[in-house]
Write a protein of this length. Structure first.
Length: 298
């Protein structure tokens, strides 16, 4: 939660800085950066509310928990940011068609230096926090990392504008600012598109990522060998900060123990290992002597 609030207040600072600076320098690129941050402020607030909602846990209305609100918030956020990128690109093309835009290149370059350093600092803090928090924090960290990379692109563009002005090529420098908006908008789209795809997979309860799935498969193989089961089946999906897992073990003639105490021991071992993955998890463990009840192909 503190990481999300930190990102929220950092975005507020960027909004004020970039909008004021962009208007003063006459830069569409800096104003676009401010509008992007402004949208992020509102959507970060949405992320905070989603996080608080998910933390309430399960009840009669949400028997499996409220974690679905987390990917829903990410989907809304990524869709809004993607729309802003498209809008910025269209306006920039219009600027180029009408002869470009004259900006205070030196002032814009100074802004780009400050924005680059600040974005790197915020992204570093959030990536450290994301190791112990939810997908919402990872989404915030990815967004700030994108900001940092694109601030460096902006810095390079305004440096070119300064050089063009210094060498008497003012007519060419007029096209730098709208061209930067197009380049940055197109690159910015990568972040919301990736976040949208990942969050939508969670909403549809598609299979968990390869890293998580591999860890669960490895765990089940070790349990199968240790307890003498014939085979196992795994269904796993990640929804926000919750991992939903259904495991089924087929008990065969060679399985040494087939009693409830042994099965409960397996369940305890599974709970211990899943907890180590760092997710809140909802787990169902089945044992059967007939694979037809657990084989998805049956």
């Amino acid at each position: 939660m503190r990481a999300l609030l930190f990102s929220l207040w950092a975005s507020v600072c960027f909004v004020v800085l970039s909008l004021v600076w962009g208007i003063a320098a006459g830069s569409q690129m800096i104003v676009f950066d401010g509008l992007y941050s402004l949208v992020s402020v509102g959507l970060s607030g949405l992320a905070v509310m989603a996080h608080r909602t998910a933390a309430k846990g399960a009840d009669a209305i949400y028997p499996w928990g409220r974690e679905t609100w987390e990917p829903v918030a990410v989907v809304v956020k990524s869709a809004a940011l993607g729309g802003l990128c498209l809008y910025g690109s269209v306006n920039a093309v219009r600027e180029i068609v009408h002869g470009g835009r004259a900006v205070s290149a030196g002032s814009a370059l100074t802004y780009a230096v400050i924005a680059s350093l600040a974005s790197v600092a915020v992204a570093s803090v959030l990536f450290r926090a994301a190791r112990y928090d939810t997908g919402l924090v990872r989404a915030e960290a990815a967004e700030w990392a994108g900001d940092a990379a694109l601030s460096l692109v902006t810095l390079g563009g305004f440096a070119i504008a300064v050089i063009l002005n210094a060498t008497g090529r003012d007519y060419a420098a007029r096209y730098v600012d709208p061209s930067l908006v197009i380049v940055v908008s197109v690159i910015y789209l990568w972040v919301p598109v990736r976040l949208f795809r990942e969050a939508f997979r969670e909403i549809l309860t598609m299979a968990a990522g390869e890293t998580v799935a591999s860890a669960i498969e490895e765990m089940c193989e070790e349990l199968r060998a240790a307890y003498g089961f014939d085979e196992f089946f795994v269904r796993a999906s990640k929804v926000g900060s919750r991992l939903d897992v259904e495991l089924a073990f087929v008990v065969g003639p060679s399985t040494p123990r087939r009693d409830v105490d042994s099965f409960d021991q397996v369940r305890a071992e599974i709970q211990r290992r899943l907890h180590a993955l760092g997710f809140r998890h909802s787990t169902s463990v089945l044992f059967t002597a007939q694979r037809q009840w657990v084989d998805r192909g049956s």
